[in-house]
Ligand binder design. Structure first.
Ligand code: 5GP
Ligand code: MN
Length: 349
């Protein structure tokens, strides 16, 4: 595995880890497999090193990730606000994983950003906009978990990786690459998987729980979404799914139930982008995916103040679901120039 790091930065990270006993690990809101996998994976390693480490997340972890070892030790800011505040205030070092801008932490952002302790950022989103003593920003990584593993190896901490840590870290690799189907052309991704399997990471459990498992309600909700709430905009090669609060209620929606839904229309031949608009309690959550390097991150940042990766991005809209949909449809034409050149020849079929 190639060393991708500046050695001074790795030394600075090691120095900070040696200096501090109390360490808080934190990630973005609506945490996914890569966010939780990276903080919990590092948490296991830091615990094995004898550190007083804690994981603080902005809001609840979806059920598909409850199998992760250490999950019960996570402090959730929306549930244990004073406890999270105490942990952050007592920390000498905060390690932020899998986000590039404070707003991705929602209500937890002022606490984390306001803390005057040492900080490290480990992330794979473009253009980090967060102050920290050391920033490890590598947008070319498949996942933050890949980056975390490389950092552990570069620091010489591989010996501290046990089965629990390996399972958490492999989870981020698997979920962010959709089980090794996107963003995984770098052969080293498979070397890292091999190293994690050598540590007995439970791949079967990860795939069963984080990728395949669903509930009856969730299966019905996703089926309903595809059958009744999917629109195809042929000219723009886009698929749009909208789910209202009422739709969600009808199927007893739980956090994480629509994970993966946005990917499904991308399977249609000739479709280049898929955008999912979901009416949450606090906003319309936008989730976008694409093929052929079509920049859905631009759509998310231009229209919804969000971002992410070129072909997997998200954002939020304050207003009605219909307004959110209208805004998107009225701007589709601005992005047609990014469609593949020979797209007319490709039938939607
Ligand atoms: P998802 O669609 O799975 O929620 O997110 C896809 C990608 O976009 C992830 O890398 C995620 O971090 C990013 N993303 C999702 N929502 C937002 C958002 O509201 N703001 C920004 N900046 N990025 C987001
Ligand atoms: Mn990620």
């Amino acid at each position: 595995m190639k060393n991708i790091f500046n050695s001074e930065k790795v030394q600075e990270l090691k120095h900070l880890l040696n200096k501090h006993e109390r360490i808080v690990l934190t990630c973005h809101m609506r945490p996914d497999g890569d966010a939780v996998g990276s903080v919990l994976g590092l948490w296991h390693v830091l615990r094995a090193m004898g550190k007083d480490a804690h994981v603080v997340v902005p809001d609840r972890v979806p059920r598909s990730l409850h199998f992760l070892p250490g999950m019960k030790e996570i402090a959730v800011n929306t549930q244990y606000d004073p406890y999270c505040t105490r942990l952050v205030n007592e920390a000498g070092l905060i390690i932020m994983c899998d986000f590039n801008t404070p707003s991705r932490q929602g209500d937890l952002a002022p606490l984390i950003q306001g803390a005057s302790c040492d900080k490290v950022l480990i992330d794979h989103h473009r253009g980090p906009d967060i102050k920290a003593n050391v920033v490890f920003s590598f947008p070319e990584m498949s996942s933050t978990c890949e980056l975390v593993f490389r950092l552990i190896a570069a620091c010489g901490y591989y010996g501290y990786v046990d089965k629990a840590a390996a399972t958490c870290i492999l989870t981020g690799l698997i979920t962010d690459t959709q089980n090794f189907s996107v963003n995984c052309n770098n052969p080293e991704v498979y070397e890292i998987q091999m190293r994690l399997l050598e540590k007995e990471a439970d791949k079967k459990q990860i795939v069963d729980e984080a990728i395949k498992a669903t509930s009856y309600d969730a299966l019905r909700l996703n089926s309903f979404a595809l059958l009744e709430r999917l629109e195809i905009f042929e000219k723009h090669r886009s698929a749009v799914i909208t789910l209202s609060k009422d739709d969600l209620k009808k199927f007893n929606y739980q956090k994480g139930d629509t994970e993966g839904l946005v990917n499904m229309p991308l399977g249609i031949r000739g479709i280049v982008s898929s955008i999912f608009l979901r009416e949450d309690n606090d906003c319309i959550k936008v989730s976008a995916r694409s093929k052929f390097d079509f920049p859905v991150c631009d759509i998310c940042s231009d229209l919804y103040g969000g971002g992410g990766h070129l072909m997997a991005a998200g954002g939020e809209f304050n207003g009605s679901l219909e307004e959110c949909r209208e805004l998107l449809i009225s701007h589709f034409k601005d992005y047609d120039r990014f469609l593949p050149k020979n797209i007319e020849k490709l039938e939607i079929s």
